[in-house]
Write a protein that binds this ligand. Sequence first.
Ligand code: KIV
Ligand code: ZN
Length: 498
Amino acid sequence: MSDRLFIFDTTLRDGEQVPGCQLNSIEKIEVARELEGLGVDVIEAGFPVSSPGDFNSVVEIAKAVTWPVICALTRAVEKDIDVAAEALKYAKRGRIHTGIGTSDYHIRHKFNSNPDEILQRAIACVKYAKRYVEDVEFYAEDAGRTDNEYLARVIEAVIKAGATVVNIPDTTGYCLPDEYGAKIKYLMENVTGIHKAIISTHCHNDLGMATANTIQGVLNGARQVEVTINGIGERAGNTSLEEVAMIFRSHKEAGIETNINSQRIYDMSRMVSRLMNMPVQPNKAIVGRNAFAHSSGIHQDGVLKNRESYEIIDPKDVGIDDSAIVLTARSGRAALKHRLQVLGVNLEQDKLDKAYEEFLKLADRKKDINDDDVLMLVGKDRTAMHRIKLEYLQVTSGVGVKSVASICLNIAGERFEAAASGNGPVDAAIKAIKSIIHRTMTIQEFLIQAIDKGSDDMGKVHMQVAYDGNIYYGFAANTDIIAASAEAFIDAINKFIQ
Ligand code: KIV
Ligand code: ZN
């Protein structure tokens, strides 16, 4: 029998405290809906007393989602609790998350107080919150550095006062995994009435131990984890949701189950990264660009023979299409053959050997080899299969004149002409294309690179185009960078227009 672990997501509260990553209410609703689809149990939607914007976000999120509990943070201050209760009035299931610092650092320096007074304030804030909602979570801020005996007294008292969940934050990310696990065990064994409440972990990542500490907390009795998407949060961040969910999915012997629909993890991660303008580090576990990418020949060969030789998670389980076999100078023949097969090209052994020799020469010059490079190596041109082709492009541009582009596209044999002006020659060309292809598409990323050096060099353009909620990649190379830009845009469009 498995034990249920509740996932409390605080991306929109602790996660949103990252400088420069603030979201507006509409974006927060978008994230909250996606979190609901992901299957989180609790959404911490904000700290309502902190600003009218936060208050409003909690109200709107409470209206927008149905089944997760909506939680609002407060200090152990009556005014905070009044405002949180007001913000939660539309929540189908609302929770007030209130608490106070319990470590000596907080008691003496932050509050200029003493342990008995803090204990009374803890009891009072829970009782006050109970006037509004049944579900009250108490946090003992800096519990990680709080003496276990005193912590147990506080936790026992707040449970008696009605707390349904008791949060044991390692606010400064200081604890070692064994130490944090032992703290939870101590509470399980020494707090009378502990079974009337759920113990929650809330671990920060200052020493890179947030996930390890959270896991130890769960293995010792906690049944709620406070986490964020991509592990974002104050300073070095919080425990990352995707890591905890996939750890318990991979280690069934732990007997812990969550409600997370793991196949939605990758899209969720991208959404948060995009809306918060916060790139995910490439080597981030589970969701980093390289999490399922293999670049050395030995690993590639192993993965192609049996994925599990070098992967403990099937990328499809987290919503990633497939493992990436990254072609570099360290790749072997097997990887090149595989990539060609994926692209629909099957070569006889002697042709493959020849292509591999050329590939190695190119890979020595270039950091990574993309599909177009590979097709070029074997004399195939993907654009030949394109439905939309560029017939001609003429652009006027210069200093003191407006850029104008005239274009002709051949779409499945029929010719379409258009002209447009723009902020510059590329803008004019893109606008002219858009005036023929009537779709709502936006360029998300646009990169121009020279292949070698010199003004007669080829310009390579990589583009990311967003259309209908998906991202499509376009690529082109041309000695004329305006033409390369238009061709890359058309290349991306060809991927969604059949
Ligand atoms: O890190 C922390 O202690 C917190 C509390 C407010 C729950 O975020
Ligand atoms: Zn925190």
